[in-house]
Design a protein around this ligand. Structure first.
Ligand SMILES: C[S@@+](CC[C@H](N)C(=O)[O-])C[C@H]1O[C@@H](n2cnc3c(N)ncnc32)[C@H](O)[C@@H]1O
Length: 389
């Protein structure tokens, strides 16, 4: 994360424009941590100033970090010069970037929430790893859209490169947790979902991809006759999953042991060399599902008196069935304006955000948090807590 350490820092008056950045306002916590709201190259972000024993640590706030780190680096360079800081440590001039390179095949969740439309049949692969099976399916089915979901960035980068090299254009890759992704797809729109060699998570079963909720959501997005295919080398995961699949009504379940596929993944090659058993569970959906409302972004409708929130604010953590809410810290901008740092959502995908309270209204910052089921449930609790303080 770009940052610099400085002994001295002089904060001029807000708002101000310096270099490519506008410094709009500052918010201060009880512990005297400061957040500076900044707009750089059209992107709004927060810069965090933390007092240390030898001066100040200045860095981009994680929650509002732009996907293009170069923008944050520019904002920090402008901030350094605006505040006349002379850093004794800094990495904000570094050109090294850990971001995934822009690619027409790489899409974020806002794309799936707001723009995604296709008349093509869809195949989905969860946790594609080296991508052998994903690329194979895309080449074999040129008139089908193949969506690959993966959380491991080097695997994503590798597949994006292969798409370019082999001129494969019917793949979309998304860097997101598969357990939430399916909520963004229309009912009855997918021909097959592949989950090959998921991590068994024997010690942390709550992290498993296969669960009753995931299978139900898969069934909703599958066409009648569409399949969810689990392939695993773990006896334990197989037995666990089989019980989860049995909870579904109106499906056909098929089990294979040591079935050969036309394409073998890296993992599969390894297990075969070790002569391990490989199990498949293939669930065929037999039921048409109702349409569901598409996922939008979270919004607050009513105004809120920041003074009352500030007088009564307490850090709170609350856990519910599958989701949680944490009101973490409050920052004051002026008497009737402030920010509250919050985290919330499902236990497998936390959202971190600020609730930005002004006289004009209340919004999340960043304000593109998707209204998945768990986020929506958590949002209602946040509303309840803040408006009843
Ligand atoms: C054991 S590897 C298998 C890779 C590939 N399917 C194969 O057969 O070679 C499991 C993959 O799933 C990915 N993964 C784990 N949990 C995930 C999740 N919740 N959402 C998306 N991908 C996930 C991991 O990053 C990893 O690449």
């Amino acid at each position: 994360m770009p940052n610099f350490h400085t002994k001295n820092l002089e904060l001029p008056n807000f708002p101000a424009t310096f270099g490519e950045s506008e410094f709009l306002l500052q918010a201060i916590s009880k512990r005297d941590d400061r957040l500076v709201m900044c707009r750089c190259r059209g992107v709004e972000l927060l810069i965090k100033i933390h007092q240390t024993k030898d001066g100040f640590l200045v860095k981009g706030d994680k929650i509002t970090r732009p996907s293009n780190v170069a923008i944050l680096q520019q904002a920090l360079r402008d901030f350094r010069d605006w505040t006349n800081s002379k850093p004794f440590y800094s990495n904000i001039d570094s050109k090294k970037q850990k971001n995934l390179k822009h690619s027409p095949y790489l899409k974020d969740m806002n794309y799936f929430a707001n723009e995604f439309k296709t008349d093509l049949e869809i195949l989905v692969e969860v946790g594609f790893g080296s991508g052998r099976h994903l690329l194979y399916q895309a080449i074999k089915n040129p008139h089908t859209l193949v969506i690959g979901i993966e959380i491991h960035k080097p695997s994503i980068a590798q597949v994006l490169k292969q798409c370019e090299l082999q001129n494969i254009t019917n793949i979309l890759v998304v860097d997101y947790d598969a357990r939430t992704f399916l909520e963004f797809l229309k009912s009855n729109s997918v021909r097959a979902i592949f989950v090959h060699f998921p991590v068994p998570w024997d010690k942390k079963p709550h992290r498993r991809v296969i669960s009753d909720a995931f299978i139900s959501e898969s069934k909703r997005v599958l066409q009648v006759g569409g399949t969810l295919e689990l392939r695993t080398d773990s006896d334990n995961y197989f037995f666990y999953s089989f019980e989860e699949f049995l909870k579904q009504s109106r499906v056909e379940l098929k089990i294979h042991k040591n079935r050969d596929l036309e394409i073998s993944s890296k993992y599969e090659d390894r297990w075969k060399r070790l002569e391990k058993n490989i199990y498949d569970i293939i669930m065929t959906n037999q039921e048409f599902s109702k349409d569901v409302e598409s996922v939008k972004t979270l919004k607050f409708e009513k105004r809120l008196d920041f003074r009352r929130v500030k007088d009564n604010f307490k850090e709170i953590t609350m856990s519910f069935d599958g989701f949680f809410v944490h009101l973490e810290r409050i920052y004051t901008i002026k008497e009737n304006e402030g920010l509250i740092r919050v985290s919330f959502g499902s236990s497998h995908r936390n959202e971190h955000s600020y609730v930005y309270i002004t006289q004009e209204g209340v919004s999340y910052m960043p304000n593109n948090i998707l209204a998945t089921k768990d986020n929506l449930n958590a949002h209602k609790i946040i509303e309840d807590l803040l408006w009843n303080m």
